[in-house]
Design a protein around this ligand. Structure first.
Ligand code: BGC
Length: 466
């Protein structure tokens, strides 16, 4: 049998050709620390470029959030959280001791909403939420203030306005790019006669950071590793050369990095394989969100599917058979990869289930299942190690913050659910940050932070006197 790069990728019973193909994949997907170090360097350079000038690949968007919650604020605030898959409407009650309780309702985004009627759909859901709780203000009552978390790149123009730069994560509603998303929603609310005023607009990463900050004054960075990926952090305004607005008294502002776009302009630094290129070409946003497409939950299954079909077409997997399911784009959910990665049963029965039941292949050999598992490990591990690139680049940019305890709030399905994602991420980051500083970092799950953060921003906006 041909030698393999790593024991985990030695396929027992494989032909030399099969093993050679897996070795090729391992070479493409396993990234050395040296390689990661080069990507981190480029990431840092791109951050600086985005801080200096608008319109660069890392947009480093000023969020207009210049304050931190203290954790002592009280009261109830409303928010709308529009993410990749769901819409949530929330009523968030701050307890004054860093804790919150939420009452929320979740509405899955319909295909029609994703492709046509998004803002009317959102307005309708807000109406349902208020109506069912008897909160809908009558003509005499003041309008309800709400924060809006909008998880797409927006060039912010104030705390409650901003124009959509582009759609990501599969949304494609015409007529929105270049327009103020708050205006679009406000108009839809008006069409329903709903007395609701959007007082704050935040990216989900900004929301995640603010919700972490309400319970922990050491929070400096918010990250999403979910359907998509992105991060926000507090930056000194003096470091944001392109900022032409007034200097806030705090001296700092949260920046929405929009890091999913890293390397999208020249495709030069990320480890693109033919399988990534194929995904990009067939996506609805080719040559965009290159980093996101290697890392986030929406794409990993599709990368794996491309790899599987590459092997099938060479008759190295599943005896050259595919199925209607396997032939269809996006048919492999990232959760199928999770199932294979954690499958330690002697005959890989979970993996068999995925291949035979979910992917509708009539039978699979033990070699097929080992190969499927190897692909899942490779795609997932590359995602976690590359995720560390953005984390390290950002934290080392603000290295001053790591001299004392610092909290990084992270949310998203990859971080929460993907096997070992969190440990690989932090282990990889530890290779690039001096130990004396690394031990000050606390990575913490900021569950559902994005919506809570919008409510907190609505609270900050209501009490803002700057
Ligand atoms: C969007 C970001 C968002 C991230 C995580 C990306 O596709 O561009 O604005 O923060 O997904 O949801």
């Amino acid at each position: 049998m041909a030698s393999s790069i790593d024991q985990r990728f030695t396929i027992v019973g494989a032909t030399p050709e099969q093993q050679a193909a897996i070795d090729t994949l391992a070479k493409q997907f396993l990234l050395s620390d040296e390689r990661l170090g080069e990507i981190i360097k480029e990431f840092r350079r791109r951050m600086e470029e985005g801080l200096a000038t608008d319109g660069k690949v890392l947009k480093m968007i000023p969020s207009y959030v210049t304050r931190r919650p203290l954790g002592t604020e009280t009261g109830s605030y409303f928010a709308i959280d529009l993410g990749g898959t769901n819409l949530r409407v929330l009523k968030v009650t701050l307890d004054g001791h860093g804790g919150v309780t939420t009452e929320h309702q979740k509405f899955p985004l319909t295909e029609e909403a994703k492709n046509r009627t998004l803002f009317d759909f959102v307005a309708q859901c807000v109406d349902t939420f208020l109506d069912e709780r008897d909160l809908r203000p009558s003509g005499q009552q003041p309008a309800i203030s709400m924060g809006l978390t909008f998880s797409y790149p927006v060039q912010q123009t104030s705390i409650n306005s901003g124009t959509l730069v582009q759609w990501t994560k599969g949304l494609n509603v015409p007529g929105c790019v270049g327009r103020d998303v708050v205006r679009l929603l406000q108009d839809a609310l008006l069409r329903l006669g709903l007395r609701v005023k959007i007082v704050a607009l935040v990216n989900d990463t900004v929301g995640t950071l603010l919700s972490a900050a309400y319970s922990d004054p050491a929070a400096q960075m918010g990250i999403i590793f979910g359907t998509g990926t992105n991060a926000a952090y507090y930056e000194n305004v003096t470091n944001i050369a392109k900022w032409k607005g007034p200097n806030p008294s705090s001296g700092e502002m949260v920046l929405n990095m929009e890091w999913g776009a890293f390397d999208s302009d020249d495709f030069a630094f990320l480890p693109f394989t033919p399988h990534d290129i194929k995904l990009d070409r067939k996506s609805i946003n080719p040559r965009k969100q290159a980093y996101e497409k290697m890392i986030s939950g929406m794409y990993l299954g599709e990368i794996a599917r491309n790899v599987i079909l590459w092997l099938v077409d060479q008759r190295m997997l599943l005896d050259g058979r595919s199925s209607e399911v396997l032939n269809a784009m996006w048919s492999i959910d990232t959760s199928y990869l999770s199932a294979a990665v954690t499958d330690t049963s002697p005959d890989l029965s979970e993996t068999r289930q995925v291949i035979e039941k979910t992917m509708d292949i009539c039978n699979s050999t033990h070699v097929d299942r080992q190969i499927f598992k190897a692909i899942a490990i490779l795609v997932g591990e590359r995602s976690a190690r590359l995720s560390a690139v953005g984390v390290v680049a950002t934290l080392t940019k603000r290295a001053d913050l790591m001299n004392k305890p610092i909290t990084v709030g992270i949310d998203g399905s990859m971080y929460e659910n993907y096997p070992s994602f969190d440990t690989i991420l932090s282990e990889t980051a530890s290779h690039f940050i001096p130990q004396s500083q690394f031990r000050n970092i606390k990575f913490t799950l900021a569950k559902d932070g994005s919506g809570v953060g919008a409510a907190i921003t609505a609270m900050l906006a209501a009490t803002d006197d700057e």
